[in-house]
Design a protein around this ligand. Structure first.
Ligand SMILES: [Zn+2]
Length: 455
């Protein structure tokens, strides 16, 4: 199988960049993300070797101030200079940069009705409807930097992400942090208490972003969360697992046509990177459309704690903090990232008991026998063969299936079309909840079956 690394794709971008689009982006110089994007583009164009953004000193503090920060004062320049310090190298060859010195301009953060001084963290509560609240922890670093948000439990039964978020809270010291870290371990507390993916009305919260203040309960919760929390983030990592008896290989999914997403994916030390713009209504699609760099991390299956995948997720977010210049260490475990420009589900054409013959992470060839579906009454076997070659990035666990059921998710290595999405594109449509929504169980099942990339 042809192997396409993220690094190779970056070169592809450089060869076919939409320079007019970039020019428009650069002209919008007031936006904080432009400095970074332009820096990356320039680095690529010059043929530098930026991979592992840890090697690239963080942007000046003046460019990376979060949306809550005051305007940079006279000391901002000093901080910017300090943050360009290439840093010392340890015996292992890891680059360790000093944090910028405490900047007087970097004051307390006012967020959700509380004030958080530099170097401290607070447990806060996000409140939406009468009984809908979600706990979150906000850490205000001691030096200027971006705001990274980490969300988990948008689906209440996806436990790996919740455990990763908890670990992040326990292991991050705000006194050693630049910028602001906002961690929401359980967005959908209703679902979590009930061991359910859904809200109490069986709606999937991750289909209602950016929400609607006058819509359904799901749309209102999505709206409040998006306005109060998500819009405060410069970057967002949303943590998920497979859905409903399906498991996923650890992977990130993001719209790589947005250069800030590309940068975030680059710093996130996970091997498998899937280019996918995301379904309308998902948190990551809405956040990307709102100018928040977003990646989604998928690992494992719902309802289970998988310690190995949790460790991987914690390490990857640690690497992300380093790549964003929010922690001192640039010690990112080198990971050769593989890019999947396309994915395809292998579906069942029969009803019965499904038994897979492959595992997550297996490579499959065209026509390979990957599963069997057996009619429990006639004992007739139907072989399932994959129509495409690639890597098994997700799969249904053994169970009873019906025709059309999505069995195996195959990642196809390729680079997406090298076109950068312009930041001047048309604004996203307003959150529309006028659509659906008397969803019966049958409708819901049909939607699940049609759902190519549940997340
Ligand atoms: Zn999910």
């Amino acid at each position: 199988m042809r192997s396409v690394s993220l690094r190779a794709m970056i070169r592809g971008f450089a060869a076919g960049l939409d320079w007019a689009g970039i020019g428009r982006v650069v002209q919008r110089g007031a936006r904080r993300r432009v400095g970074r994007a332009a820096g990356v583009v320039v680095a690529i164009a010059l043929g530098l070797t930026p991979p592992g953004f840890a090697e690239v000193p963080p942007d000046g503090a003046a460019e990376t101030l979060g949306p809550d920060a005051e305007a940079p004062g006279p000391d901002a320049e000093t901080s910017a200079e300090a943050s360009r310090d290439p840093g010392a190298t340890t015996e292992k060859g890891e680059v360790v940069r000093p944090l910028p010195p405490h900047a007087p301009d970097w004051g307390p953060l006012t967020f959700l009705g509380d004030e958080i001084p530099p170097g401290e963290s607070r447990s806060l509560r996000f409140e939406s409807l009468d009984h809908f609240t979600a706990g979150l922890v906000t850490m205000r670093g001691v030096a200027p930097g971006p705001t990274l948000c980490v969300t988990a439990g948008v689906h209440g039964d996806e436990l790996n992400g919740i455990a990763i978020a908890r670990r992040l809270i326990d292991e991050t010291d705000p006194a050693a942090l630049a910028g602001t870290l906002i961690v929401v371990p359980i967005v959908n507390a209703y679902g979590f208490r009930n061991g359910s993916r859904y809200l109490p009305d069986r709606r999937d919260l991750n289909r209602y972003f950016p929400g609607n203040p006058r819509g359904s309960a799901a749309a209102r919760i999505a709206y409040q969360f998006f306005e109060q929390v998500v819009r405060r983030c410069d970057s967002l990592v949303d943590l998920h697992t497979g859905s409903l008896n399906r498991a996923n290989l650890p992977q990130i999914r993001t719209d790589l046509s947005v250069i800030d997403n590309l940068r975030l994916a680059w710093g996130f030390s996970i091997e498998h990177v899937i280019h996918n713009i995301g379904q309308p209504g998902t948190l990551r699609r809405a956040a990307t459309d709102a100018g928040v760099a977003t990646v989604l991390y998928e690992a494992g299956e719902p309802g289970r704690i998988d310690q190995e995948q949790i460790e991987r997720g914690v390490a990857a977010i640690g690497a992300t903090l380093g790549s964003l210049g929010m922690t001192q260490s640039g010690a990112v475990t080198p990971v050769v990232q593989r890019l999947y420009g396309r994915t395809q589900w292998v579906r069942s054409d029969a009803s019965g008991i499904y038994v897979p013959f492959v595992e997550l992470g297996d490579t499959v060839d065209v026509g390979q026998r990957v599963a069997e579906v057996t009619d429990p009454f006639s004992s007739e076997h139907v072989e399932i063969r994959t129509p495409v070659a690639g890597l098994v990035i997700g799969m249904a666990l053994g169970q009873v299936v019906i025709p059309g059921f999505a069995l195996l998710h195959i990642g196809i290595e390729a680079a997406p079309a090298p076109v950068l999405r312009s930041a001047d594109g048309p604004p996203p449509p307003p959150g529309d909840d006028a659509t659906p929504r008397k969803q019966s169980e049958a409708d819901r099942l049909r939607a699940e079956l049609a759902d190519e990339r549940p997340e």
